[in-house]
Design a protein around this ligand. Structure first.
Ligand SMILES: *Cc1c(COP(=O)(O)O)cnc(C)c1O
Length: 451
């Protein structure tokens, strides 16, 4: 029984798939938070290199992957596609389950797929240093790695509570040469203002974003980098789905349903967008995004213009949102605690082309443990949401007595998240109800935009 489907290095995709020309309808404008007018490329130049700004709005369906980027992709790409024979057997399902495994990257997740090209486009634009933020450290470690590959300096503002409680990804960033700063810090006006009011502040992703953006905006040689949400990030991640399609051809299969976990939307976009191209061409394929019930952006949020960050410094975009000042409960899947969602994924959900489902964290850990005990790989808590979605689809197929081919993205491994598993096994984890009252409050603060 063939278990893994591998491609050679020469089969790394030559182009990323850009879904923008295939979107159902025009893109909503991106609004400047200061002027309330649509942003121009010039507004973005202090933050991003032109190569990435162009990709953000490109109408080209296929964007060439620079040779320098493909050379580094060779370190771990193409990533393997597995058939989950042992999980299928344990579930007693007639469904076939395939998963694409992105935990083989050096940082342990899909995030280097975009960190590498972001560092590259900065390098050729003359950037000397990248400033970015990180929560638990998945993005920061990916950016530190990418910056080192292209000889750039890297400053990472890491949410203070993670800086002290989750030391190992900090160690990875430092090993790859980045400077890691606990946020809020005294490096920026944003950080100093918060520390002046509350010296014991433990930080948040919103504050760390504000610090990194300010750092980039106030230093000529420094640019900012974001690990999810933006169009160009989703485009870079499509190497996942493009490879998966070729690997499924080797298996002689095509999925009935494609599943990814959803935080800001990038790994979901990566696995799903290439299949949505087929769907637009008439192929019958369902596409499902799975998010946590504690931060249910796609299933309970509103489709509206909102700030990308808590500090109201990031652009205003049209997306599903729970409100920019919504603070989700502290679940262990830190990468899924974002109040908004990728504008591209949001528009696709709104158009009915993508389904969304919310699942509780206990059900996700249960799925992750079942997965680790059958398929052997220890999943990241974020990825466990996709596993839950896939197992539920497989159990439904069993109930209905139907064959079904399921593909999901295993976005990362959980080796640096073992404290979360310890908490699960010692009964310290709880399920959070949907925080309806808090969401109602934060949704009352959406900006007024007249576009
Ligand atoms: C960051 C992260 C996510 C969530 O981010 P998306 O942009 O929604 O993909 C999911 N899985 C892993 C392993 C991550 O590190």
């Amino acid at each position: 029984m063939q278990t893994k489907y591998l491609l050679g290095e020469n089969q790394i995709p030559t182009h990323w798939y850009n879904i923008i020309p295939d979107m159902p309808g025009a893109l909503a404008p991106v609004i400047h938070p200061g002027t309330n007018q649509p942003v121009t490329p010039n507004d973005l130049l202090p933050l991003f290199p032109m190569g990435l700004i162009e990709q953000e709005v490109s109408q080209e369906r296929w964007i060439k992957i620079p040779d320098e980027v493909r050379e580094i992709y060779r370190i771990w790409r193409p990533s393997p596609l597995f058939r989950a024979h042992r999980l299928e057997k344990a579930l007693g399902t007639p469904a076939k389950i395939y998963y694409k495994y992105e935990g083989v990257s050096p940082a342990g997740s899909h995030k280097p797929n975009t960190a590498i090209p972001q560092a590259y486009y900065n390098k050729i634009a003359g950037t000397k240093r990248i400033a970015t933020e990180t929560g638990a450290g998945q993005w920061g470690s990916s950016m530190a790695l990418a910056a080192k590959m292209f000889g750039l300096e890297c400053t990472v503002y890491m949410v203070k509570v993670s800086f002290t409680q989750k030391p190992y990804r900090k160690s990875m960033m430092q090993l790859w040469g980045a400077e890691v700063i606990a946020s809020p810090s005294d490096r920026t006006n944003a950080g100093r203002a918060i520390l002046a009011k509350d010296p014991a502040n433990q930080g948040s992703l919103g504050i760390a974003i504000s610090e990194a953006v300010e750092d980039a905006a106030t230093h000529e040689d420094t640019r900012y980098a974001l690990g999810s949400v933006l169009n160009h990030v989703c485009t870079h991640q499509t190497v996942i789905g493009l490879e998966a399609k070729e690997q499924l051809k080797l298996a002689g299969d095509y999925p009935d349903v494609v599943i990814g976990c959803h935080g800001g939307g990038s790994n979901f976009a990566g696995i799903a967008f290439p299949f949505l191209a087929d769907k637009a061409a008439g192929k019958a394929v369902r596409v499902l995004a799975v998010e946590p019930t504690s931060c249910p952006t796609l299933t309970k949020g509103v489709y509206a213009f909102d700030y990308g960050d808590t500090g109201k410094m990031a652009p205003i975009v049209r997306m599903y949102t729970l409100g920019h000042d919504f603070m989700p409960p502290g679940i262990h899947a830190g990468g899924l605690r974002y109040h908004g969602a990728s504008p591209l994924v949001s528009q696709l959900v709104h158009a009915g082309l993508v389904e969304a489902r919310a699942v509780g964290q206990l059900a996700c850990f249960e799925a992750a443990v079942q997965f680790a005990r059958t398929e052997a790989i220890i999943p990241a808590p974020e990825s466990s949401h996709a596993i839950r979605g896939a197992i539920d689809e497989a159990l439904r197929a069993k109930e209905e007595g139907k064959e079904r081919t399921i593909l999901f993205n295993l976005s990362g491994h959980g080796h640096v998240d073992m404290a979360a598993y310890d908490a699960y096994f010692s009964g310290q984890l709880e399920d959070f109800e949907y925080p309806a009252e808090k969401v109602k409050e934060s949704l009352a603060h959406l900006p007024k935009v007249s576009f």
